[in-house]
Design a protein. Structure first.
Lengths: 489, 218
């Protein structure tokens, strides 16, 4: 069952390169994403029952446990949703003459490759191959970021490729050091296997392990958008087509964070304490939240604002992982799910706004709720959700993170985080609420575009409403078992 | 054999210094090719050793890959990109060369002092080679900062990759083969993508000066 995740996307990509009819591209893409979703559901069930999915062949390369299945489900679900959303989004771009059929085909091929690389990164046991897959995500999404081919898009792509490639290079130094610390402990066939490293973590050389963690944190932190390595993120997120922004923000950042989580659990077990990793992660996290607070207050571009908000939420997750208590890890994983759903929904609706108004400038957008009733409403609710207002699920997980900070007697940290989050709330309210008032330009006809996309958005809105109030017992069990895997014991 | 490897590790470091002192893009490409040749020789020696002792020939396979891609294909690709985009010669760096070289020396000293404090790494010979190779990574990063042209930054990225590769070779006696091959695929696609983007930068901005990329701020 697990190998379906590896084989079906390749077949899909090959089919996409072969066909020429433009109507077939979205059909193949959505079909592939649906098969992935069905496979993921079955694997999730197996993981819930047996704890993990792994096979003997290929040296146990495929390995899925509760931690990876949470991240994997996010990838697969958001991948399917953005494939559905893309259909009408791109048809409209085609109609307006912004792209031609050749680029349409390139878009679907690259989007599926991008999703595939992330699936690969989350399902392998080998840290080295995980690194390769995370590097490949940059390469697959480079031309998606620069899809519109204008000056700004090219600039965003250049920054994205250069900063992320160098960052990931630094992470590779960490992987080398990780292997160096395990020489003499592991057999050659088991080099860099996460399960083996984790089992023998206490035998690894602690001083090299510390050095390896610093490099890996900087490297994967670049990809996860932690400040001060975040500079590529707002540029790439604002320039990419909206479904790609949703994937970048909702899925890619999680995949990089997943790499950090895996490394943290090895290092903490090896060192026997979490102070070292905690200090680094918490300081980067606080810096991220602070940076995003400053930039959100002065922001004039709504897609950039959403990008900075992603930096904030990654910072919150980093702090929660840094604390490394059972409650905080639980909250971090829960926050990953909620942030992905909410942010992807916001980027989808911002795509509709962009296509209707043809501007990213907050000041030029007026009377949003009248011009775009459904997308406007989803955007309105999404702003509240992402800022952390009840009853939405981001509030629930953010509240849990802050609660675990205070339970850990970290009062100064808790105060600082609450302060920054309230600044961000005010910033979002001040800047984005202008979009809902005023009189709209006369040439805009009220009415929605992209009906399938709107259905997707409304479903996501309902999802984040439900998870804010109620969590099914199975999901809770999955999160708890993931928390046990990370913390150990 | 160990003497040759130590000498080669120094030569690779030295070629990074030479690269820093280069003024023209054509000489960057020549220097990066020479550096890759040195790496290929070092990998060849390691491969021969492992063939003799354990009978594995996967390191020799990596050596062939290096010759095919890093020595022949990538420099050619860079030449082609350069031929498409460059039509005037302009000064490419912020600081003058003696200062750049001096900073590179400081980087080597820095990595020496950092690594000598880490327990477990500083065991004789591998320590010196590790210092050399991590210095190459740092010099590669500094090269990217010091050059303004897009191709200069691609070359800097290649130096970083070379440094990482040498670090892996000298400290761990090579990574597992599948990882090496994956890294090669990633590297080649990365360089190709960067080449295409620098071509597009040239198209839209009328030069490959990355200082002109200043539209996105705040």
């Amino acid at each position: 069952m697990g190998y379906i995740l590896w084989i079906v996307p390749i077949i899909g990509i090959l089919l996409l390169t072969a066909v020429k009819d433009k109507k077939l591209f979205p059909i193949i893409s959505v079909a592939k994403a649906s098969i992935l979703l069905i496979a993921a559901i079955f694997i999730t069930r197996t993981v819930m029952l047996q704890g993990k999915v792994s096979y003997k062949n290929l040296q146990g390369l495929l390995y899925i446990d509760s931690v990876s299945i949470i991240a994997l489900d996010i990838v697969v679900v958001i991948g399917l949703l953005s494939a559905i959303y893309s259909i009408n989004y791109l048809n409209l771009e085609l109609l307006h003459g912004k792209i031609d059929i050749k680029r349409l085909k390139l878009y679907y091929i690259l989007m599926d490759t991008f999703i595939y690389t992330m699936v690969l990164a989350l399902t392998v046991n080998n840290m080295g191959i995980m690194w390769i897959a995370i590097e490949a995500t940059t390469l697959a999404s480079a031309f998606l970021v620069g899809f519109y081919n204008d000056k700004e898009a090219i600039e965003g792509t250049w920054k994205y490729v250069i900063i992320c490639s160098v960052g990931i290079g630094v992470a590779f130094l960490g992987i080398i050091l990780l292997q160096l610390s395990s020489i003499g402990v592991l057999k050659e066939a088991n080099f860099l296997q996460w399960t083996n490293l984790y089992e023998n973590a206490t035998a690894l050389k602690p001083s090299i392990l510390k050095l390896a963690f610093i490099f890996l944190l900087v490297g994967f932190g670049t990809k996860a958008g932690l400040a001060p390595m975040h500079t590529w993120l707002p540029d790439a997120h604002s320039q990419a087509p909206s479904p790609i922004s949703a994937l970048l923000s909702g899925v890619l950042l999680n995949s990089a964070m997943y790499g950090i989580i895996r490394m943290v659990s090895i290092v903490n077990k090896g060192l026997g304490e979490s102070i070292f990793t905690g200090r680094l992660l918490i300081s980067l996290g606080v810096l991220s939240i602070g940076t995003s607070a400053i930039f959100i207050i002065t922001q004039k571009d709504y897609k950039r604002l959403l990008a900075y908000s992603s930096i904030e939420h990654m910072g919150i997750i980093a702090i929660a992982i840094g604390l490394f208590t059972p409650a905080s890890i639980f909250a971090a994983l829960f926050h990953m799910i909620n942030h992905s759903a909410t942010k992807a929904m916001l980027f989808f609706s911002s795509g509709n706004i962009l296509q209707k108004y043809e501007t990213k400038d907050i000041g030029k957008i007026k009377n949003l709720l009248k011009i775009l009733p459904v997308s406007g409403f989803v955007f309105f609710a999404g702003i509240f959700a992402i800022a952390g207002t009840p009853p939405f699920s981001v509030f629930a997980s953010e509240f849990n993170v802050i609660l675990s900070i205070f339970n850990n007697h970290n009062f100064i940290l808790g105060g600082v985080v609450i302060g920054f989050i309230s600044i961000i709330f005010v910033g979002i309210a001040m800047t984005l609420f202008k979009m809902f008032y005023g009189t709209s330009p006369e040439h805009l006809i009220p009415g929605d575009i992209n009906i399938p996309g709107e259905i997707v958005m409304v479903c996501m809105l309902i999802f984040i409403l439900i998870t804010g109030i109620y969590m099914p017992l199975q999901v809770k069990g999955l999160l708890l078992s993931a928390e046990k895997i990370i913390i150990g014991g | 054999m160990e003497n040759y490897l130590a000498a080669l590790s120094l030569l690779i470091l030295f070629s990074a210094f030479v690269l820093m002192a280069n003024k023209r893009i054509k000489s960057y490409i020549a220097t990066i090719r020479v550096q890759s040749i040195f790496i290929a020789i070092a990998v060849g020696i390691e491969g021969a050793k492992s063939l003799k002792t354990t009978g594995h020939f996967d390191i020799l396979l990596v050596c062939v890959l290096i010759i095919a891609f890093k020595v022949i294909y990538i420099p050619r690709l860079l030449h082609r990109t350069y031929g498409k985009v460059e039509y005037r010669v302009a000064k490419d760096f912020f600081l003058n060369i003696p200062i750049l070289i001096l900073i590179c020396c400081l980087l080597v000293v820095f990595s020496y002092f950092t690594l000598s404090t880490v327990e477990g790494i500083n065991t004789g010979e591998s320590n010196v080679q590790m210092v050399n190779s991590i210095s190459i990574v740092l010099i590669g990063m500094f090269f990217m900062i010091s050059r303004k042209k897009a191709i200069g930054q691609i070359v800097g990225f290649l130096v970083i990759e070379n440094g990482l590769f040498v670090t892996a070779l000298f400290s761990t006696k090579g990574m597992p083969l599948i990882i090496d091959i994956g890294i090669f695929i990633d590297l080649i696609t990365a360089v190709m993508i960067m080449g295409i983007i620098s071509f597009k930068i040239n198209e839209k901005f009328d030069s490959i000066d990355t200082n002109k990329l200043k539209n996105l701020r705040g």
